[in-house]
Design a protein around this ligand. Structure first.
Ligand SMILES: [Zn+2]
Ligand SMILES: [Zn+2]
Ligand SMILES: [Zn+2]
Length: 144
């Protein structure tokens, strides 16, 4: 599911928040960026040139608000910086490949874990509803 500005406006409005210019600009950093695993610093780097009135603290606050409204999902890939991407609570989430050298985060779409899930369910009598998986290693560029 892709979030549009309309969705954002609605979600903000439901909680009596306004779609301020800053919030719109920060949202657009995500809709325009195909990578979409952005840290607050990444977002700040993208918006500061054209919007010098937006400070890093505003970016942090806005990202936390978007996460609270379930527009963005906050993720920790173990490099000390939280990253954000569009929340996808109603569909199964893709898996992530994290480069230990450059910090690049890639997505892996195939799931392949259904067999493992059913084996675990049978063995542990635990009903699994979701899982998360992160692969750590080196991207093509850094692995050379
Ligand atoms: Zn890399
Ligand atoms: Zn992702
Ligand atoms: Zn999966």
């Amino acid at each position: 599911m892709e979030f549009s500005l309309e969705t954002l406006k609605q979600k903000l409005c439901d909680r009596e928040y306004k779609l301020t210019p800053q919030r719109r600009i920060i949202m657009e950093a995500f809709t325009r960026n195909p990578e979409k695993h952005l840290s607050a610093e990444d977002v700040y780097g993208m918006v500061k040139q054209n919007n010098p009135e937006i400070g890093l603290a505003t970016v942090y606050r806005t990202l936390d608000l978007f996460a609270e409204l379930d527009i963005l999902q906050k993720m920790d890939f173990g490099d000390g910086r939280s990253r954000y991407e569009f929340s996808a609570s109603d569909v199964h989430h893709h898996h992530h490949l994290i480069c230990l050298a450059c910090g690049k985060v890639m997505e892996f779409e195939d799931d392949l874990l259904e067999t493992l899930e059913s084996a675990v369910e049978k063995k542990s009598r635990f009903r699994i509803v979701d899982h998360q998986l992160k692969f750590y290693g080196y991207c093509e560029k850094c692995g050379k």
